[in-house]
Design a protein around this ligand. Structure first.
Ligand code: HAM
Length: 449
């Protein structure tokens, strides 16, 4: 039993974050770019609970996540419940639930928090927020083109230069053909090969080659030749002229062409990109920062046409991605791209010279707030100098201290703390004055947590 007298730690649970206001402002900036960009593409926001029945993930997503990374518990009614480790099965459930009444294509986005029992490290935590954007109901390559250009516009929205990041693409269909038909693998063995290919970039060359030869025997040479190909053309040249393959190659070429036509050229074919989830059926992609300080993917996504199979409804062709808040924040810090002026708590710091004027101050604050000004009231009876210092410490740009003179003259002196300049304004002109200043100085959304 815990000792009730024992003092508790103020640390957060391992691998999760507390967002004090300064961090919250950064988080809201990230969410702001995500949401604005999705809305520009006509995506609508949805939300769902963090609790899902454990069965939603079993055998349908990723073995690694289900067996090693989920937070699952039994509730008081004996149901197995999982804290969602990803949003894709949830959004598939939502679409399946309204399959008959939705008008396709459906474009949706969400910014859920997700839970994975990982070893906490740079870029990987146990709770992260992830933008999910998915387009449902388009079978053709225009869906991949739109989803990848949305990802690209988000990177631009954060001010990241094309030369600093890379979009890597591959095709699950091609890789399934190689592993299944050419290497003759299925089931657990096929999965192991896919996982090994996925880990290649993180392994020593010799260790990788040894593991590959143990898995594939003599067939490892063919796979090594394919994996070592320098580009798409060389990779294709090692593969047979099969209809199934040539269709997939045509798809990759069409996608590259369409993205190039949109001016998106920092895109490469990467035959080692596998994506850990079982549900992908076609093009898969990830986005990486080129700076070695941030080796983990920023985005991951692809086409998953069959996931709705798990519900008793007709399938819907779908493409989507997830982009995490942890990795993008690291990247924005690396390139010094976080906005310098994050939103302050208020526009105006209002206080009474002494208690007598508190009622008037409260009235004025109420009417200014109703007019759209953010006002913080200082109820203390301290010196004017102290009040101004407090406003400055809170980074509130304007101060007004109300005394008899202000009340009787109806002229309030509003002081701009950064310029040290005072402006005398009639009560009903203050809101207009502050709002004008606010919109001229705003370089980002004023969302707060
Ligand atoms: P994912 O590759 O597991 O894909 O995650 C997508 C992104 O979420 C990663 O690129 C990374 O930015 C971030 N992320 C993932 N795990 C963590 C973690 N433990 N800590 C911090 N950030 C993390 C999916 O989840 C798919 N369901 C995405 C998707 C949506 N596919 C289609 N639609």
């Amino acid at each position: 039993m815990t000792d009730p007298k024992k003092k508790l730690s103020t640390e957060a649970y391992k691998g999760v974050r507390d967002f004090y206001p300064a961090d919250c402002a950064i988080e809201q900036y990230i969410f702001g770019v995500w949401k604005e960009t999705c809305k520009k593409f006509g995506y609508e926001e949805y939300m769902a609970s963090i609790l899902e029945p454990a069965d939603l993930y079993r055998g349908k997503t990723s073995e690694e996540i289900v067996n090693e990374q989920t937070y699952t518990f039994t509730d008081r009614g004996d149901r197995e419940v999982t804290l969602r480790p990803e949003m894709t099965p949830t959004v598939a459930r939502l679409i399946a639930g309204k399959r008959k009444t939705l008008f396709f294509p459906v474009r949706w986005f969400s910014t859920p928090n997700l839970f994975r029992y990982e070893r906490p490290q740079r870029g990987r935590l146990r709770e992260h927020y992830q933008l999910n954007a998915d387009i449902f109901g388009l079978p053709g390559i225009e869906a991949e083109t739109e989803i990848i250009s949305l990802a690209y516009e988000i990177m631009r929205g954060f001010g990241i230069k094309d030369s600093n990041f890379e979009i890597r693409i591959n095709s699950r269909k091609v890789m399934n053909y190689i592993i299944g038909t050419l290497l003759g693998q299925s089931g657990e063995q096929a999965r192991k090969t896919a996982q090994l290919i996925d880990r290649r970039s993180k392994m020593e060359k010799e260790v990788f080659e040894k593991a590959l030869s143990e898995l594939l025997g003599e067939k490892d040479a063919l796979l090594l030749t394919l994996l070592n190909s320098k580009n798409f053309e060389e990779f294709v040249s090692h593969l047979p002229e099969e209809k199934e393959l040539s269709e997939s190659f045509a798809e990759i070429k069409a996608l590259l062409g369409a993205l190039n036509a949109l001016g998106i050229t920092n895109i490469v074919f990467d035959q080692t990109l596998m994506r850990g989830f079982d549900y992908y059926t076609g093009i898969v992609f990830e986005v990486f920062d080129k700076n070695p300080a941030n080796p983990r993917s920023l985005f991951g996504g692809g086409r998953y046409d069959d996931l709705l199979d798990m519900f008793a409804v007709e399938k819907v062709p779908t493409v989507g991605f997830g982009m995490g808040d942890v990795t993008i924040r690291d990247v924005l810090e690396t390139y010094d791209l976080l906005p310098k002026n994050l939103p302050t708590a208020a526009d105006l710091y209002l206080s009474a010279m002494d208690k007598e004027w508190t009622g008037y101050v409260n009235d004025l604050a109420q009417s200014l707030r109703r007019a759209g000004v953010r006002v913080v009231v200082d109820y203390s009876e301290g010196k004017v100098g102290t009040k101004v210092k407090n406003a400055d410490r809170a980074k509130i740009p304007f101060v007004a201290i109300i005394g008899e003179q202000e009340k009787t003259s109806g002229q309030i002196k509003v002081k701009n703390l950064s310029l040290g300049k005072e402006t005398a304004l009639a009560e009903d002109k203050i809101a207009e004055f502050l709002i004008k200043y606010q919109s001229a100085n705003e370089d980002q959304s004023t969302n707060t947590c």
